[in-house]
Design a protein around this ligand. Sequence first.
Ligand SMILES: Cc1ncc(COP(=O)(O)O)c(C=O)c1O
Length: 467
Amino acid sequence: MDACEYLKPEVFTNVPGPRSKTLIKQLNEVQDSRRVIVFTDMEKSRGCYLVDADGNVLLDLFGQIASLPLGYNHPTLLEALKSPEFPSYFVQRPALAIFPPIQWYKVLKEALLSVAPKGLSEVFTFCSCGSVANENAFKAAFIWKASIIKGRNTPTEEELNSAIGNRQPGAPEMAILSFEKALHGRTLGALSTTHSKGIHKVDIPAFAWPIAPFPNLLFPLDKHRIQNEYEEEYCLQKIEYILQTSAITIAGVIVEPILSEGGDLIATPSFYCKLRQLAEFYQIAFIVDEVQTGCGSTGTFWAHEQWQLENPPDIVTFGKKMQVSGFYTKMEFRPPQPSRISNTWMGDPLRLLLCEKIIKEIESRQLLERVSNVGAFISLGLEQLSESYPETISNVRGLGTFLAFDSSTESIRDIILTKARNKGLLLGECGIKTVRLRPPLILQLREAKVFLELLSQVLKTISSNSD
Ligand SMILES: Cc1ncc(COP(=O)(O)O)c(C=O)c1O
């Protein structure tokens, strides 16, 4: 039995409708509601369909900003509420680093460690936010690099005292290398590695860390092979130049398997393999940010599995669909003293219980296979649409159902999104003129067909308006 009870979108008003608009106005009295698209009826939403405050049934291919693994009100997750541990995990939240519940090891093993990336046996959990996972991954990289440079693990009195006052040598000058158009989070530290939109950063102090260009490839890849190879080589040379000449010690490089918020930029496995080799050669931590790509939507549990790396990443961060955030790493990245990477809760057993059920559902329902098949079907459909409407959409790309295409301009992209909403389709945006799909893993061919049909209607009206 699938969770989905709705068979197609049903739209009764413009989206947002009058009720959503009233709620948006009301909310704005106490909280900035300018980005709200619609209010969600959490109880009525089912499967891939979000029901909004006006009763519109919308096929949701954006999935709460890529964070909805099994759609709305999935029976397996509702069933999890009946687990004997649930009530006690719900009413009190343990400080996991000091007073973990007696089931904690088992929960970690059965949930996160059952899908640990190859070669990474250590896991840190935080709450649910990807930014915090990345910031703590940076800390792990800095601590690791500092002990390599110093050749010792125990800090001196001078280092401890100067660190308290934010001074050297205890607080050293070190950096994390990141990529243009990347997004690794919006909290203060992670923001220094985020370069997708100026408005996210303006007026906020940032670390002057180096930033490298990321390949901007043309799709389909095989039609632009030589140009794409040149582009990747150019970026790798720039990266190596930064690693050789940086005045500040670089402790790690962080990269997304698909630069999502920046416009779904995707490089070939060869680029990532060479980047990994560079990280190894220059002895910097290779950090893969799978906050958005992790948990199955690219057709493998972790997107980086598709690169076939010779040596695993040093750190893989996660969040979003996993429902908990954190990172996997190797024992050598565990700080030499306890409590150097820590906070009050260090995760949430309740969310981990959900994570375990999600992982089991992915396995038992072979959802990775489904994602690959449905993704291939959508991708083909989008290619066909881009051939029919080349002036409106192009550059179809992605892995699994983690798909995107470009519109001709930003305003055409926004028209596509608005028209699609009014036909009952929720799509995401990213970059300047990109439309992205981030559906739940349960998406079926039936819904994929509905999506392609509605998108084709939208493109037809846009093209006939411009005739
Ligand atoms: C790749 C990536 N890393 C990190 C983050 C930050 O996660 P959060 O918004 O949960 O802090 C995001 C959020 O979109 C992301 O896409």
